[in-house]
Design a protein around this ligand. Structure first.
Ligand code: ARG
Length: 288
C-alpha cells in the first residue's frame, strides 16, 4: 500500500474517534459600544493617540451579536454608560455561575464605576444572590468556568485574594494561575474554555508553575502559537461546538477543526485597539 493511503486511513480513523461536538444554548450579556473609544491606556494595546472608528466598532460588535443570535443563543443587553468607554467589555462586569453573581471590582480608576453599573443590572433582572466583592477581580476576564471548576488569573488585574473569595462564594474549586506577559493581562486573553473539560491556551503567558498546573489538568489542551496568541486568538467563545474567535487566528482554527469543533472567524479589529475581542465582549449568564 502506498504511504499516502496509510496516512489517509489513519486520518479518517482519528476523525471518526472525535467526540460529537454538541452546542448548548447559552444566555449572554453584552454592552453595545455606543460610548467606545480609547481615551486612556491601562494595557499595552491601548494607544489614545491612535484614532478609533466608532461606526466600525459598532458594526463589528453587531456582527458578533448577530452571530450569537443566528447560532441560537440568547443575548441580553445592558445600557452603556457615557464616560465608561471600556464598558463594551461585558466579560469584566461579573462572574455568574449557578445563577449566583460575583460582582467585579476593577483595578483602575477609569473602570471602577462599571462594577456597580453591572451589579445594578443583575439586581434589576431578578438575580437574588449577588455579592459585592471585597477584593479586586475583573469578572470573567480573570475567572473562567470549566465544568465545575473555576480557573482564576492573577498577576495584572485580579487580586489573588479574590480567588479564595470566589471559591467561598460559589463553593467550587478555584485554581489560581499567574500571568506574566502584559499583553495577556487578563486570563481570557491567554486561555479559552472549549467544553466542560477542554481548554486552549498560550503557555508563555504563564509562570512555569502555572504552566505545570495547566499541563496536569489539561494534558490534551490545544496549545496556541505566539502568532495566534498575538492576534488575540485565545479571546474566544465556545458553545461546545462553535468556537467564535478572531479571524486572524488561522492556526487555532485549523487545530479546532481537527478536533471536531466548528471555528467561526469574527472581525473585531476596532475593539482590539482597546485590548479586547470576542470573549471580552461576552458575559455568560450561567443560570441555575
Ligand atoms: N481596555 C480594557 C482593559 O484594559 C479591555 C478589557 C478586555 N476585557 C477582557 N475580558 N480581557 O481593561
Amino acid at each position: 500500500m502506498p504511504a499516502t493511503d496509510t496516512i489517509t486511513t489513519s486520518t479518517s480513523t482519528r476523525q471518526a474517534e472525535q467526540p460529537a461536538r454538541i452546542a448548548t444554548r447559552r444566555r449572554l450579556l453584552m454592552c453595545r459600544p455606543r460610548h467606545y473609544d480609547v481615551t486612556y491606556s491601562i494595557n499595552p494595546w491601548m494607544n489614545p493617540s491612535r484614532s478609533t472608528d466608532a461606526a466600525l466598532a459598532l458594526r463589528q460588535w453587531e456582527q458578533l451579536r448577530d452571530l450569537y443570535l443566528e447560532l441560537g443563543h440568547g443575548v441580553e443587553e445592558i445600557n452603556p454608560v457615557e464616560g465608561l468607554p471600556d464598558m463594551v467589555f461585558a466579560a469584566n462586569g461579573a462572574t455568574v455561575v449557578d445563577g449566583k453573581v460575583f460582582g467585579a471590582r476593577f483595578r483602575h480608576a477609569e473602570r471602577t464605576a462599571e462594577g456597580p453599573a453591572y451589579l445594578r443590572w443583575f439586581e434589576e433582572n431578578g438575580y437574588r444572590e449577588v455579592l459585592w466583592p471585597e477584593h479586586i477581580n475583573e469578572g470573567e476576564g480573570d475567572l473562567l468556568t470549566v465544568g465545575r471548576r473555576i480557573l482564576a488569573g492573577t498577576g495584572f488585574r485580579t487580586d489573588s485574594r479574590a480567588h479564595a473569595e470566589a471559591q467561598e462564594f460559589f463553593g467550587l474549586p478555584v485554581t489560581s494561575l499567574t500571568l506574566v506577559n502584559p499583553r495577556h493581562y487578563h486570563l481570557d486573553t491567554a486561555l479559552a474554555v472549549l467544553s466542560d473539560d477542554e481548554v486552549m491556551y498560550y503557555p508563555e503567558a504563564f509562570t512555569p508553575g502555572s504552566r505545570a498546573v495547566l499541563r496536569s489538568l489539561f494534558p490534551n489542551a490545544v496549545i496556541a502559537t505566539a502568532e495566534d496568541a498575538a492576534v488575540f486568538g485565545l479571546n474566544a467563545f465556545s458553545d461546545g461546538r462553535h468556537v467564535l474567535l478572531p479571524t486572524a487566528a488561522k492556526g487555532l482554527q485549523a487545530q479546532l477543526r481537527a478536533r471536531g469543533f466548528e471555528p467561526v472567524g469574527v472581525e473585531l479589529t476596532e475593539l482590539l485597539k482597546a485590548g479586547g475581542s470576542v470573549k471580552c465582549c461576552t458575559l455568560e449568564l450561567r443560570d441555575r
